[in-house]
Design a protein around this ligand. Structure first.
Ligand SMILES: [Zn+2]
Length: 480
């Protein structure tokens, strides 16, 4: 039997359980670090398949590592499962009008229910292949919580969880099929806490030291800083404590959150240090005390080019999900649910990407039927961030995408929650499982590609992963 046919068969055998898991986790829709039921469902399913499971990994209760070893256990291959939801995106599955299941409740607006369950399919298919052929190897299923919050993979990387892994193929739900050459940027977030002295703002202002003034001056300083950064840098902020609601009390305490992004982790760290200096200046000007509390950081994600070649080859052989007329009808209906402004932006994007002539056909059948090949020459940073970046600084890693939503669909939207619980989502998920499985099995038999893939990681990390977070920063379980 050809490998590709065997992969199709092995993955198909997992479909019923995988779809059940995806729907179950979609229903739970648990927020970052609260994914107790979702993790438990995946763990139970993996144990039933004979995987050994280690829970509570890297000081996170909903983080786990499941593994299955055959023979010598080498090579060691892995996948990165996520299962957390987003707040306020509850929406009925496959429903094209806004209709929350529970008003204001979380929803799977990034499709992580599919992400975790798709990895389950692939891990089980690979395990069954190794067992059937008595082929040496270990398959790791990494249960990674809180991707939408403070992340978890950087803590896992710091704890050495990925150290002995040879390569990782993973995936993320998307509007398109393929292996993107897009890189994501590094990020660091921190609370800047200012402590001053309260006083009657009218009667004895000379006695007060305003923490709110310090925040405002920090913002002014950062506004000037922006001109002197690289174009791709971003500096975001939000008040989490503005010192109270009374103008006639000098604010004794205030907290402002900052997030700093730049393409490479080194660039991001340099910029972050400058933001800290601005905050120091603000504290000096206002005679307040500054505390900087780093809360999160991700390294930049750069796809491994050696692994991406095998993913290209595997995806092309397997082809795209098979869409039905009912799938196109749902995709059309959900696409039509966007307001005028968003709909116009989506149409412009279609025209830019596919050309004016293709527009009527795309509007009629808005589900991706093409596969974007990974092209090294197209590698470029885009301004998002993911904790997968840190994994890529330890072990060769590639994230592929499959269409689980209509073309042009907006991420983190109620429309996305609707797709993530629909047949379209399930089909995209099963395709991702096929591609990850075929690519992993092919890569296992190509030690020279793995060597090249590892050489890329070595060039990036200089021989050792360095976590962008200081050691004292622990996973913010229950407080992010
Ligand atoms: Zn996501």
């Amino acid at each position: 039997m050809e490998l590709i046919d065997e992969v199709r068969e092995l993955v198909a055998a997992t479909e019923a359980k995988s779809v059940e898991l995806a729907r179950e986790i979609w229903n739970y829709a648990e927020l970052p670090f609260e994914e107790y039921k979702s993790a438990a469902a995946l763990i139970a399913a993996l144990k039933a398949e004979g995987f050994a499971v280690q829970e509570g990994v890297a000081e996170m209760p909903t983080c786990f590592v499941a593994s299955y070893t055959v023979g010598s256990g080498k090579p060691r291959i892995g996948m990165l499962a996520e299962y957390d939801a987003l707040s306020s995106l509850s929406q009925e599955a496959g429903c094209a009008v806004k209709k929350p299941v529970v008003n204001g409740a979380p929803g799977h607006g990034c499709g992580h229910n599919l992400l975790g369950a798709g990895c389950f399919s692939s891990a089980v298919a690979i395990k069954n292949y190794l067992v059937k052929h008595q082929k040496d190897g270990t398959i790791y299923f990494f249960g990674c919580p809180a991707e939408e919050g403070a992340g978890s993979k950087q803590f896992m990387a710091r704890a050495g969880v990925f150290d002995d892994v040879d390569f990782i193929y993973s995936w993320h739900p998307s509007t398109n099929n393929g292996i993107s050459a897009t890189c994501s940027v590094a990020i660091m977030g921190a609370n800047f806490i200012f402590d001053g002295i309260a006083a009657h703002a009218g009667g004895s202002p000379q006695l007060g030291r305003s923490a709110l003034d310090a925040c405002e001056l920090m913002n002014v300083g950062c506004n000037y800083l922006r001109e002197h950064t690289i174009d791709q840098a971003r500096i975001h902020y939000a008040y989490s404590d503005c010192g109270g609601t009374a103008p006639n009390v000098v604010q004794a305490h205030a907290c402002i959150k900052y997030e700093v992004r730049a393409p490479k982790v080194r660039q991001m760290q340099e910029l972050f240090a400058r933001v800290v200096n601005v905050a120091r200046g603000a504290a000096l000007m206002t005679d307040t005390k500054l505390t900087v509390e780093i809360t999160m950081a991700f390294s930049d994600y750069v796809p491994n080019t050696a692994l991406a070649e095998i993913a290209n080859e595997s995806f092309m052989e397997l082809g795209t999900p098979a869409w039905t007329e009912a799938d196109y009808a749902l995709a059309r209906d959900i696409l039509a649910s966007y307001d005028e402004g968003t709909a116009a932006a989506i149409r412009d994007e279609f025209i830019e990407q596919y050309g004016e002539d293709a527009l009527p056909e795309i509007m009629e059948k808005p589900l991706d039927r093409s596969i974007e090949r990974f092209e090294k020459s197209k590698m470029a940073y885009e301004c998002g961030s993911t904790d997968v970046g840190d994994v890529g600084y330890v072990v060769p890693t590639v994230t592929l995408h499959t269409a689980t939503a209509c073309l042009g669909n907006v991420g983190h939207s109620w429309q996305n929650t609707a797709f993530s619980g629909s047949d379209i989502g399930m089909k995209g998920m099963m395709k991702a499982a096929e591609v990850m499985t075929l690519a992993s099995l092919k890569a296992m038999d190509r030690p020279e590609v793995i060597q090249r893939a590892k050489a890329e990681v070595l060039r990036r990390n200089g021989g050792k992963y360095t976590c962008p977070l200081p050691d004292e920063v622990k996973p913010p379980v229950g407080r992010y």
